[in-house]
Write a protein that binds this ligand. Structure first.
Ligand code: NI
Length: 189
C-alpha cells in the first residue's frame, strides 16, 4: 500500500471522463488500497481515481469525521466502483466544499440534499445506498470527478472570479501543501 501524489487543479486529467471498470483484478484492488492510503494521508474525506491520474470510474470516501459532527448515521470507509446516481431530491442544500486537487480553496456549493447511488463494492457486489447529509455531498462531489467536473464548475462566474487569485497560485505551484502532489509540468513559454 502506498500514498500516491495527487494531481492539482490545472492538470488536464481532471477534465477527462473516466472509463468503467470491467473486471475485478489485483491491479484494481491495489489501486483502491492506494487510494485509501492517499486519502487518509491528506486528511481527505473522498478521493476519485482521476485525482491520482487513473481514469477508472472508482472513488473512495470516508465521511466518518463529518457525520460525527452532524450527529448522523455513521458509515465506514466506502469504495464505489462504476457509481451511478439514480435519484436526486428536488430539495437542495448549500454546503462548503473543498478538494484535494484544489488545495486551499473552499466554497459553498448548492446540490441535491438526498441521493440514491448504485455501485459495485470492492468485492464487485451490487450495492444501493440512499443517503443525505455529508456523505451525499461527498458522493456527489466525487462522482463529478469521474466525469471531469470540479466543484468550481458549480459556482457562479462571480464566485469563481473571487477565487481566481488562489487558483492562479495553485497553477503556479506556489501553494504550500502538506501532502504529495504531482509536480507541475514545465509550461511552454
Ligand atoms: Ni475533489
Amino acid at each position: 500500500m502506498s500514498v500516491l501524489p495527487i494531481v492539482t487543479y490545472d492538470d488536464e486529467v481532471l477534465r477527462k471522463e473516466a472509463k468503467p471498470v470491467e473486471e475485478n483484478t489485483p491491479e484494481i484492488q491495489q489501486l483502491i488500497d492506494n487510494m485509501f492510503d492517499t486519502m487518509y494521508n491528506s486528511d481527505g474525506v473522498g478521493l476519485a481515481a482521476p485525482q491520482i491520474g487513473e481514469l477508472h470510474r472508482i472513488f473512495v470516501a470516508d465521511a466518518g469525521p463529518l457525520t460525527e459532527e452532524e450527529g448522523g448515521r455513521k458509515y465506514g470507509p466506502l469504495a464505489l466502483i462504476n457509481p451511478k446516481i439514480t435519484f436526486e431530491s428536488e430539495e437542495k442544500v448549500d454546503m462548503e466544499e473543498g478538494c484535494l486537487s484544489i488545495p486551499g480553496v473552499n466554497a459553498s456549493v448548492t446540490r441535491p440534499e438526498k441521493i440514491v447511488v448504485n455501485y459495485l463494492d470492492r468485492d464487485f457486489n451490487k450495492q444501493e445506498l440512499e443517503v443525505d447529509g455529508w456523505l451525499a455531498r461527498v458522493i456527489q462531489h466525487e462522482a463529478d470527478h469521474l466525469d471531469g467536473i470540479l466543484f468550481l464548475d458549480h459556482l457562479s462566474m462571480f464566485k469563481r472570479k473571487l477565487l481566481s487569485s488562489k487558483l492562479k497560485k495553485i497553477d503556479e505551484g506556489s501553494v504550500e501543501i502538506d501532502y504529495p502532489i504531482v509536480p507541475k509540468k514545465q509550461k511552454a513559454k
